[in-house]
Design a protein around this ligand. Structure first.
Ligand code: URA
Length: 235
């Protein structure tokens, strides 16, 4: 890989700015000052440093965000802020995208990465990756809803969902539930409750496969996945 591309990719500025760094003699390879932006470098084998600090080359970025309401799960939007707008410029530099969509008014776990293969595996309908949601429901959720979801319910467009596992945390005029589903149809949780004549008034995703929302993350905050979380995801 070209030296200027490596440094630009790792967030050291545009190629032009990287050229300036090289002019300033800020960059060394294996301890030797280098000036040629086109120089070929193998970041796995060679020690590239900027102002004496080693450049750790990584290709992929894996972030967990606690998505707040009011932002769109997309990379860009004409009208609204996106989850990518909430990332710092260095993270944005990796050109990450959200893995799947949460509605604008849904909160909770969102994986953001630039690893297309992982995203594909997690989203593939064939993989049946379970997603757990917490929701507040307008209406009394009962055993008959548990039974209906366990069978699969027919959505308004005729689609028959796969079985969902519904747990009632509180059954009242305002019910509280946890629902595990293995699909990701548009507005799926909301539409499943509509199918049993109830309305979701608050929705939060708690987990996706092995990945669980870190409770210490405030709404809008994010962090890199740990080695352990990554190992489980790639299993
Ligand atoms: N189901 C929904 O209805 N909305 C979401 O954001 C996620 C799942």
């Amino acid at each position: 890989m070209r030296l200027d591309k490596l440094l630009a990719n790792m967030g050291y500025g545009s190629r032009k700015e990287v050229k300036q760094l090289l002019k300033q003699k800020a960059v060394t390879i294996d301890g030797v000052e280098v000036k040629d932006p086109a120089m070929k470098v193998d970041p796995e084998k060679q020690n590239v440093s900027v102002f004496g600090e080693r450049v750790e080359y990584v290709e992929f970025i894996y972030l967990m965000m606690n998505k707040p309401q009011g932002v769109i799960s997309a990379t860009e939007d004409k009208y609204d802020k996106t989850v990518i707008d909430l990332l710092d410029p260095l993270a944005q530099h990796f050109k990450p995208f959200p893995v799947g969509r949460l509605d604008k008014d849904t909160e909770g776990l969102l994986l953001i990465t630039n690893d297309g293969n992982l995203a594909h595996n997690l989203l593939s309908p064939k993989k049946h990756v379970p997603k757990v949601y917490y929701a507040l429901i307008d209406g009394v959720v009962t055993q008959s809803d548990i039974d209906a979801f366990a069978q699969g319910v027919e959505l308004e467009d005729g689609y028959m969902t796969m079985p969902g596992h519904l747990v009632i945390l509180k059954s009242a005029e305002q019910s509280e539930i946890e629902l595990t589903i293995q699909e990701g149809k548009f507005h799926q949780v909301k539409r499943m409750f509509e199918a049993v004549d109830k309305k979701v008034t608050y929705l939060k995703r708690l987990s996706m496969g092995s990945l669980k929302l870190d409770k210490v993350l405030e709404l809008g905050d994010y962090r890199e996945l740990t080695e352990q979380e990554l190992a489980l995801l790639f299993n």
